[in-house]
Design a protein around this ligand. Structure first.
Ligand code: HEM
Length: 262
């Protein structure tokens, strides 16, 4: 098995995304930097990186703390798993001047329609998700798609990172696994699975390395600080936590907490 360095740093290794002409959402996905190669990739990545540069990392950490803290004050029992999806995406919406109430459900549907999943999956309908995207973002040109791709890239991956940090908070002895477990490239027409073995590798390397790492880590820090300050405990033992059936991400199905007695 080649190491991540060999494959992800190899200029001849392609993402090689082939859109299914029968799936409208694949036409959007194909325009995202993450799924593009060559000069298309460079141009589209520049759009994403430029949009990211405008976002204030410290404000993102603080808003993530505030939103999580507020949700954790509300009920006796709170499941952190859905919050781990919605809080970071809502924070990004706010920083990007978008309405979380409209955009978060749209991005959630986009992720559920496109995310690699094992087993039989009940996916939202492409046409319905496309209609939601048009309503939320207008015309889907390359710039619009690569701005909204920040939300798409952030939602599942950041919820996965939060899942694993919550587990470490609950049990310091738990082994911290990489949030992203693998990615793929095409080399000379052959698919190569690149496995991330250690948490230090989970943001990728090379031309497609994650440009959102600092922002994601800041939001995770804010979220976890709110969890630590909430006087709560996880009501499952870490061995009891189950994960969604995904080949590339570790996302906890549920992370139920309750308030500790004072
Ligand atoms: C604020 C949250 C995030 C944003 C805005 C973001 C954004 C992006 C974007 C735009 C790309 C595509 C870059 C390109 O193809 O040139 C990307 C790739 C990537 N991101 Fe993130 N990301 C976020 C969170 C995360 C998290 C939490 C993880 C992992 C724990 C992660 C792991 C990755 C990896 C591994 C890739 C590269 C995949 C590959 O090379 O095949 N990202 N991200």
């Amino acid at each position: 098995m080649p190491s991540t360095n060999d494959v992800l740093l190899n200029g001849a290794a392609l993402v090689g995304f082939v859109p299914d002409p029968g799936r409208p959402l694949h036409q959007v996905q194909a325009v995202m930097a993450r799924f593009s190669d060559g000069t298309d990739h460079q141009r589209r990545r520049a759009v994403a990186v430029d949009a990211l540069r405008r976002l204030d990392v410290e404000a993102a950490r603080q808003r993530s703390y505030d939103m999580a803290a507020r949700a954790l004050r509300s009920e006796e029992t709170v499941d952190l798993a859905p919050l781990a999806r919605t809080v970071p995406t809502s924070v990004l919406c706010e920083l990007m001047g978008l309405s979380p109430a409209i955009v978060v459900p749209t991005i959630d549907a986009l992720c559920r329609a496109l995310a690699p999943m094992g087993g039989v999956v009940d996916r939202p309908d492409d046409e319905a998700v496309m209609a939601g995207l048009h309503e939320a973002f207008g015309d889907m040109d390359e710039v619009v798609v690569n701005r909204l791709s920040l939300l798409f890239q952030a939602m599942d991956a950041t919820s996965s990172l939060i899942s694993l940090e919550v587990i470490r908070w609950a049990d310091a002895r738990a082994t911290r696994r990489p949030a992203v477990s693998e990615t793929r490239r095409t080399v000379d027409g052959e698919t190569v699975v690149v496995r991330f073995e250690h948490p230090g590798e989970e943001f990728g390397r090379g031309a497609h390395a994650c440009p959102g790492q600092g922002l994601a880590e800041a939001m995770v820090r804010g979220f976890l600080d709110a969890v630590r300050a909430s006087g709560r405990t996880l009501t499952l033992r870490v061995e009891e936590i189950s994960f969604e059936d995904r080949p590339n991400l570790r996302v906890a199905v549920a992370l139920p907490t309750r308030r500790l007695a004072r």
